[in-house]
Every structure is written in structure tokens, then in C-alpha cells.
Design a protein around this ligand. Structure first.
Ligand code: GAR
Length: 208
């Protein structure tokens, strides 16, 4: 019997966070494995990453409405996850709001990574929003997904300094390096059964 937590990763683009998760899962001691990569974008770089790692992949047409997903697509994704015994859905640059059956089926078992220190700078272009606001520290957040946009309980955050020379590109790169640490860390905590959410607060139990 496979004791590892089965993950589905959903990505729309480049797939570097998916790649960080796939690389972590390659280690026998990592307590999770990726069962499937789902994308709404047939051009997503994440598809090539899945191929390179030998991970099953599926493109699901989410409909023409930007930032939204059709009820059919949500049902299809939920079914693909259900059939594979997925225990945790990881959104990794999925540029649509999750709703419908996928949300219902995986409430409390779906996490997202966002390139800002929530609750600041929700939505698109978190890194640009932070730079333009003038913050001294930026970072990334892994949080549970609820019906809102980047509003669910916070699991892991990592912080980076913002320098006067920063551009959106340089700050995004510094944040991305932390995303690649934060996401596997968050998945490990959940897979090891060390996470308990109580309302907005998420408690992490020590390894004993
Ligand atoms: C990442 O920076 C992720 O935090 C962000 O999209 C990028 C995806 O990159 N997600 C969001 O902005 C969601 N609101 P990747 O495809 O290389 O992982």
C-alpha cells in the first residue's frame, strides 16, 4: 500500500513551483507523490515539466471567461482527482478562481501559493503591487483555498527584503526562490499530519 499523500497540481503557466514539488517528491523520504498535473492551458510549460518527470498530465478546457472556470471543468478536474485518490490539491500558478465541484470536493484539502505576504497584495501581480506600494519586505504565502481570492487560512510564509534597486523582475525572482522552498515545506507539513486549522489560525505540531 502506498502511504504517500497523493497530490494533484494545477498550473496555468511556466510550472516552476510544480517542478519544485516534483523534485521534492522524487526523494523517497518525502511523504507525498504527484498523481496528476492538471492545466487549463495547452501551451503551459508545466506540461513539459510533467513529461520530463514522467507525471500523468491532462489539459482541461476551463472555458473562455478569464479568471473563472466553467462548472463542467470544475467537475472534470474533481473527477480526475477523485479517480486517482488525490488527498491534496496544490494550485501552482493556476490563474482562475476555483469554484464548483472542485471547491466542494476538496474544501480544506486544497492549497495555493501566492507571491506576496497575504493579506497584502491579493490577486494578480502581487510582486508589482508590493514594489509599487513601497514595502521594505515582500515574500510569498502558502494558504488554504476558500471561496475568496487569496483569502484562506495561512500555512507558510517566507520573507525577502526589497532593495532600492529592485525591479519587478528582480523582486519576483527573489520571491520565486522562496516559493520553491515554501511549497514543498507546506506539503510536507500536511502530509505528515502536523497541521490543524482552527478558524483562521493554522497550528503546526512539532515532529516527535
Ligand atoms: C508564481 O509566482 C505563483 O506564486 C503565482 O504565479 C507564479 C507561477 O509561476 N501565482 C499567483 O500569482 C496566483 N495568484 P510558476 O508557473 O513558475 O510556478
Amino acid at each position: 500500500m502506498d502511504k504517500k499523500l497523493a497530490l494533484a497540481v494545477i498550473a496555468s503557466g511556466r510550472g516552476s513551483n510544480f517542478e519544485a514539488l516534483a523534485a521534492a517528491c522524487r526523494d523517497d523520504r518525502f511523504p507525498a507523490r504527484i498523481a496528476i498535473l492538471l492545466t487549463d492551458n495547452p501551451e503551459a510549460g508545466a506540461l513539459a515539466v510533467a513529461e520530463a518527470f514522467g507525471i500523468e498530465r491532462a489539459v482541461v478546457d476551463c472555458g473562455p471567461k478569464k479568471g473563472s472556470m466553467s462548472p463542467d471543468a470544475s467537475e472534470r478536474m474533481a473527477a480526475l482527482c477523485g479517480e486517482r485518490g488525490v488527498g491534496l490539491v496544490c494550485l501552482a500558478g493556476f490563474m482562475r478562481i476555483v469554484k464548483g465541484e472542485l471547491m466542494r470536493a476538496f474544501r480544506g484539502r486544497m492549497i495555493n501559493i501566492h507571491p506576496a505576504l497575504l493579506p497584502s497584495f491579493k490577486g494578480l501581480d502581487g510582486q508589482r503591487q508590493a514594489l509599487e506600494y513601497g514595502v521594505r519586505y515582500a515574500g510569498c504565502t502558502v494558504h488554504f483555498v476558500d471561496e475568496g481570492v487569496d483569502t484562506g487560512p495561512i500555512l507558510v510564509q517566507r520573507v525577502v527584503p526589497v532593495s532600492q534597486e529592485d525591479t519587478v523582475e528582480s523582486l519576483s525572482a527573489r520571491i520565486l526562490a522562496e516559493e520553491h522552498i515554501a511549497y514543498p515545506m507546506a506539503v510536507r507539513l500536511i502530509a505528515e499530519g502536523r497541521v490543524r486549522a482552527d478558524g483562521r489560525r493554522v497550528f503546526i505540531h512539532d515532529d516527535d
